[in-house]
Design a protein around this ligand. Structure first.
Ligand code: CYT
Length: 153
């Protein structure tokens, strides 16, 4: 348990020292064995979605050859941001072990809490939403619904 979070911390530190991104690391574990490790690579990969948890999920899925990680747990140095939490939900990971909280991460300059507040309806997003071509997009959904060989995930 402690060993696994320390692997995430070491990974985060390595990424931070190499200027790959912020101080974040993650490890995905199955039956006590490490499936993947990752650190934040937002800066080095110029990818705003390259959070440690996202990269760890991608690598674990590749490693295990499946998108369902319900038999895995994630160890992450900080409480996942809403994007990563959503990715963890899509991956069906059932247990998150984290070190620092969203509030502590915000103090370090990484403010996930405002996104959580937007989702909770406590703050308005600085993003505009407009609905366009709803009928055409509904048609697309209907096509999926009618598809007989679809694979749900
Ligand atoms: N929990 C996290 C916050 C920000 N970036 C990350 O990679 N991870």
């Amino acid at each position: 348990m402690f060993r696994l979070i320390h692997i995430a911390i070491d990974e985060a530190r390595r990424g931070m020292q190499n200027n790959h991104g912020g101080p974040f690391g993650a490890v995905i574990v199955k039956d006590g064995g490490i499936i993947s490790t990752a650190h934040n690579e937002v800066l080095s990969s110029k990818d705003p979605t390259a959070h440690a948890e996202i990269l760890a999920i991608r690598r674990a899925s590749q490693q295990l050859g499946k998108f369902d990680l319900s038999d895995c747990e994630i160890f992450t140095t900080s409480q996942p941001c809403p994007m990563c939490f959503a990715a963890i939900c899509w991956a069906r990971i059932k247990r998150i072990h984290y070190g620092t909280t969203t509030e502590e991460v915000a103090i370090a300059g990484f403010d996930d809490s405002h996104i959580y507040n937007i989702i909770k309806g406590e703050q308005t997003a600085e993003v505009e939403f407009t609905i366009i071509q709803r009928e055409a997009c509904l048609e697309l959904l209907q096509e999926w619904d009618n598809k007989t060989d679809k694979q749900m995930y």
